[in-house]
Ligand binder design. Sequence first.
Ligand code: SAM
Length: 197
Amino acid sequence: MKLNWAERLVVNNPLRVWEQRLEVQRLRGLMPLEPGSLALEIGCGRGVGAGLILKEFRPSMVHCMDLDIRMVRQAKRYLSAQKKKTSLLVGDTSALPLQSGTVDAVFGFGVLHHVVDWRSALGEIARVLKPAGVYFLEELYPAVYLNFITRHILLHPATDRFSGRDLRQALAQAGLSLRHALELKRFAILGYALKEG
Ligand SMILES: C[S@@+](CC[C@H](N)C(=O)[O-])C[C@H]1O[C@@H](n2cnc3c(N)ncnc32)[C@H](O)[C@@H]1O
């Protein structure tokens, strides 16, 4: 689901850049990538995450994908200095336009909770990852984005949302084994999962 005006304000501001920088550095500290890796960022927004992924993880290439063509256009401008190491795609996380078993790492910052069929999206993430590939995730739970205030301001799917327990179960069902998670119990998770097998 695309962002409304209020959430565009929330994600497109310097505080979010600062927060995301800390998160990407933390994730790199937990699980660095091999040199020359191929990465995919789902729901890339305006491209800040991809810039940080390139700086911290040093992959050879990042595919940056978003459902919203306006976001992809912004990301293209934001990443123009790194165009040899980025490819921009418009697409849906529930049907990734990539071949199976081709990607070393998938990054998703605040994306899955926007996806109506988030379980299929996890299946797609597992499908495109190579064996032992990594899914780095930062996600929010409904207590943050569907509480009595935010449900009137932000725009998210309202049914079949996930808590930490649902997310853990669905990750395992998709063949993704959660290896490290910093979790604010009812609110948010930052961590990574490995593709089994
Ligand atoms: C909360 S924003 C996060 C943007 C960026 N990752 C960040 O952390 O600042 C969620 C992004 O996911 C995109 N999005 C929502 N549903 C999507 C889907 N099904 N497939 C791909 N992108 C999606 C939105 O357009 C939006 O850019």
